[in-house]
Design a protein around this ligand. Sequence first.
Ligand SMILES: [Zn+2]
Length: 271
Amino acid sequence: MLNLQSSFEHFVWEATKSLRPPRLYRRELMVMESENEVEQTPAHRHRCTSVPEDPFDIETQQEKEFSKHDHVRVIKSIHNPCSLARSNHITDPQHAAEVRDLIMNELSFSSVEKRLTRDFQKDDLTSQRIMHAFELLDKHFYGSSILSTIKKKGIEIAEPKIYAFVQEKLQPSMKTVCYSKIGQFLPSKLELHLNLNRFGDSAQSRVTNGIIVRNKLDSLLITLSHELVHFILYVWCRNKQGHGETFKKLNHSIHGADKDAFGYYDLNSDH
Ligand SMILES: [Zn+2]
């Protein structure tokens, strides 16, 4: 007998709290960067320039820099990812965006059956491509430690289902469906469901989880990150499911999401 649970994003019509003032950079470092302009990844370029104006803040900033660029080591060093919600680890939102840039590049140059571009069309969304994007998020944010461990625990990760949601009143972008057998502590199967109604043109201009998306693929990746946190909760934090403090802390500290926002709203929408 199966017990079906689901979790999903809700509409949260609230102003984003992720808008931050622009960083201040030292003039000489900006000059140095332009003089040494070579082939650099966005992440590398960011490392070269993000030094604060205030010298008294340098030590704190250096700690922050170390933390945000070393997120995979920190995450992999922790036995139970649920405990990250109680740690001081923070992945800077700008760094999280740069990690998503790397993933978007990797997706763009993947083999045809796994390829997704920044301006994908609904017809491009296949189970294989969605799972590939999900695996790349696991790879770049968690050092590929999450999905493989879930499988080792005997939990099936099913092929994602892609369809237009017709029964859900709130029309979430995606949801994770958890199957569990009566009497078993861990789930037997986890399954992503993607709502095609939410990945048309409206996904180009959206605030999701408090992050202003840069393109459709960014929107998809932020939503998949959200669901990856639900996977963690279903497996490691069984009594913390939903969008409570543990969810919000994990999504904030690992994926750079807003501390409080976990839903989405479209910026170019009539409703
Ligand atoms: Zn959710």
